[in-house]
Design a binder for this molecule. Structure first.
Ligand SMILES: Nc1ncnc2c1ncn2[C@@H]1O[C@H](COP(=O)(O)OP(=O)(O)OP(=O)(O)O)[C@@H](O)[C@H]1O
Length: 309
């Protein structure tokens, strides 16, 4: 079947995805666009669905559109990693939406779907992906926006455990969830020593709070540490925040001091590949999804995803 295939995460944005999908469906029907839709039923399902649809439809399939948040696009990109010819559209309907913000995708669902319909079958830009390998694993997984090691990942994990998270989301106060999680983690978090190897050269950083490896231009909305990343320049942008006290860390994150005052403790590096080991296992997130612990190696995969934008 030619037409659009949608993968919808009904749990994304605490119900927002279903509201977005309702509006989009109305627009598709109004424009008489042929489509099929699939709902995810559990974490990881979007990756499986994307791979299955791409395999079954083979050459007939041109476009898969995700409806959800950062986790949903992360899974779809991984599901389609061997199907580079398939275009990916995305309708942002998550809680944080770092990806949509960073890639400047329209946030209004009807505007976003109109843009996708216009662009189908037109030449579109291929963007880079980051590939990460955990431990000694040979096969990699991908991220489209950013990968974070350390405090960032711990906060991400803690966000899921905040009991009033749903209530705050209903009140459109997700940032309060983040602040509670951040302070809970910050009180106990012990920075670690990390060995960072870039282009064969190793450097040890002590008292590291977190490292962010960015492919896309915006990461962790609230972790406002500068990123010059650009997903079509063939580079990863690495930011290492280390050797500061808890108060300075607070300033860096909440007041967006982005290195102006703390240049010596925020290192930024542009590279094609990097590997990281630590004196104790540090948690890792990829596009906001907790994926494992250090050690990890990461490299850029140039022009690997056809993203409609
Ligand atoms: N049917 C489902 N039930 C529960 N969880 C699901 C389901 N389908 C997908 N998931 C999981 O929901 C999680 C959150 O999805 P997603 O990141 O897209 O939304 P979000 O967290 O609201 O948005 P954001 O990451 O932008 O803040 C993902 O880990 C995904 O695997």
């Amino acid at each position: 079947m030619n037409g659009l295939f949608f993968i919808i995460n009904p749990s994304a944005g605490h119900g927002k995805a279903m509201k977005v999908w309702k509006k989009v469906k109305r627009e598709l029907e109004r424009k008489k666009v042929l489509y099929r839709s699939f709902y995810t039923e559990y974490p990881g399902h979007a990756e499986i669905l994307a791979r299955q649809v791409a395999t079954i439809q083979n050459y007939h399939l041109k476009t898969i559109v995700g409806v959800g948040g950062d986790g949903t696009i992360h899974e779809i990109v991984n599901g389609l990693s061997s199907f580079q010819q398939i275009q990916i559209g995305f309708l942002s309907a998550g809680s944080g939406n770092d990806f949509a913000r960073g890639f400047k995708l329209p946030t209004h669902p009807v505007k976003a779907i109109r843009l996708i319909i216009q662009r189908i079958n037109k030449p579109i830009t291929q963007y880079d992906l980051g590939e990460y390998r955990l431990g000694g694993k040979k096969s990699g997984q991908y991220f489209i926006n950013h990968l974070g090691i350390g405090l960032q990942a711990d906060v991400q994990k803690e966000v899921e455990n905040i009991p009033i998270k749903k209530l705050l989301a209903m009140l459109k106060m997700e940032y309060v969830t983040f602040i509670i999680a951040f302070f809970k983690v910050l009180l106990e978090y012990q920075p670690s020593s990390l060995e960072v190897c870039v282009n064969g050269e190793s450097t040890t950083y002590n008292n590291v709070w977190f490292i962010t490896i960015s492919n896309g231009p915006n990461y962790q909305g609230k972790f406002k540490v500068t990123s010059n990343a650009n997903a079509s320049n063939g580079d990863l942008n690495v930011t290492i925040v280390h050797s500061i006290n808890r108060f300075q860390l607070f300033m860096v994150i909440f007041l967006n001091m982005d290195g102006k005052y703390l240049k010596e403790v925020i290192n930024t590096i542009a590279c094609e590949s990097i590997s990281i080991t630590s004196n104790k296992p540090s948690l890792i997130h990829a596009d906001g999804e907790i994926v494992g612990e250090t050690p990890v190696s990461i490299s850029i995969r140039k022009s690997r995803v056809a993203l409609i934008k």
